[in-house]
Design a protein around this ligand. Structure first.
Ligand code: NAP
Ligand code: ZN
Length: 351
């Protein structure tokens, strides 16, 4: 049994996205039906819809930065009520029993977590993401959006926010720590706001000087243009933590050499090509090259509460459904300040 809802779909790899109708399952005992209000456009949506990460499941409804309001709950749901403000991020199910699920890191579930889109659920049905009017999600994968954050600026926190927050916490961003954020896009701008709120001294490394002023407004204290060859010489052994959010391959050695002794470069950007580095750049400085995948559900809630406490939301450009293809192009050209958010009410509406 299922109910129809309106959505935006990529019919095939690289094809233009078009309006469509999809099915959402009828509520099971632990399900929550959400009226989606906003959905952010993550660069991962684009990598997936274009088939850049290999085969995906088409037709594909992207979207894993969902904010909305609870419209109905299943018979066993106690945590949410109709009218609650909620969010859904990168994943919608996991086994709940393995050591990683029990540790609150469902993204590493041994059975395999189910992603919000481009996944086959444990029931054998494909998952469809948040470029849609409604979504049905198991209650344990739904987070509460605190009252202090508007739904439009909250949506990007569900992926971009947690993906920046989790490694900053893991690697100890805080007072006395110098943090560099590479790439000032959706993840990067939240990385700057979060690291600054944690008390770190924040530097932005960007491809040009274009985003300099807004980097300072977001909370950075320093800004460097990586297109200037002298930048890397000047920054040798400067940073404790580098958060690399870049969606393309980078010359890793140049960045590694800007780390202090024992510093860590954490990659969250996921380019389609593989990267290489020189072992010397790591060894000569006891440096760490690390990665990080979103964050567990409890940590997403912690991040949302942290953002509410510090007045942090995303910097957004609100768009209607018919602007999605143009928005994809602008993201690919690093031309978004700093996250597109789709107004879900415009999905399927006559323009
Ligand atoms: P985005 O908004 O497009 O931001 C990426 C930024 O990287 C751009 O704004 C640009 O910043 C910089 N950049 C782009 N191309 C570049 C190039 N060729 N050389 C140098 N810098 C370049 O993307 P996003 O949504 O933040 O996502 C960033 C990456 O993280 C994507 O690969 C995405 O798939 C991945 N991601 C990973 C996770 C995870 O769990 N690890 C979660 C979400 C997303 P400047 O203009 O400042 O240079
Ligand atoms: Zn994402």
């Amino acid at each position: 049994m299922s109910t129809k809802t309106l959505a935006i779909v990529a019919p095939a790899p690289g094809a233009q996205l078009v309006p469509t109708t999809i099915e959402r399952r009828d509520l099971r005992a632990h399900d929550v039906l959400i009226d989606i209000v906003f959905t952010g456009i993550c660069h991962s949506d684009i990598h997936t819809a274009k088939g850049e990460w290999g085969e995906a499941i088409f037709p594909l409804v992207p979207g894993h930065e969902v904010s909305g309001v609870v419209a109905a709950v299943g018979s066993e749901v106690t945590k949410f009520e109709v009218g609650d403000r909620v969010g859904v991020g990168y994943m919608v199910d996991s086994c709940g029993e393995c050591e990683y699920c029990l540790a609150g890191t469902e993204q590493f579930c041994l059975k395999g977590h189910v992603t919000t889109y481009n996944s086959i659920g444990y029931d054998g049905e494909p998952s469809h993401g948040g470029y849609s009017r409604h979504i049905v999600v198991k209650d344990t994968f739904v987070c509460r959006i605190p009252d202090g954050i508007e739904l439009d600026v909250a949506a990007p926190l569900l992926c971009a926010g947690i993906t920046s927050y989790s490694p900053l916490r893991q690697w100890g961003a805080g007072p006395g720590k110098k943090v560099a954020v590479v790439g000032l896009g959706g993840l990067g701008h939240l990385g700057v706001r979060l690291a600054a709120a944690m008390g770190a001294d924040v530097t932005v490394l960007s491809q040009s000087l274009k985003k300099r002023e807004s980097a300072f407004e977001l909370g950075a204290s320093h800004f460097h243009d990586t297109g200037d060859p002298s930048t890397f010489d000047r920054l040798r052994r400067r940073f404790d933590i580098i958060l690399n959010t870049v969606s393309a391959d980078l010359p890793l050695d140049s960045y590694l050499e800007t780390l202090r002794i024992g510093g860590a470069m954490v990659n969250v950007g996921l380019p389609a090509t593989s990267s290489s580095y020189s072992p010397t750049a790591l060894i000569d400085g006891n440096r760490i090259l690390a990665g990080s995948l979103v964050g567990g559900i409890a940590e997403v809630q912690e991040m949302l509460d942290f953002c509410a406490g510090h007045g942090i939301g995303a910097e957004i450009e609100r768009i209607s459904a018919d602007q999605v293809n143009a928005a994809f192009e602008r993201v690919e050209n690093s031309d978004v300040r700093y996250r597109f958010v789709i107004d879900a009410a415009t999905i399927g509406a006559a323009s």
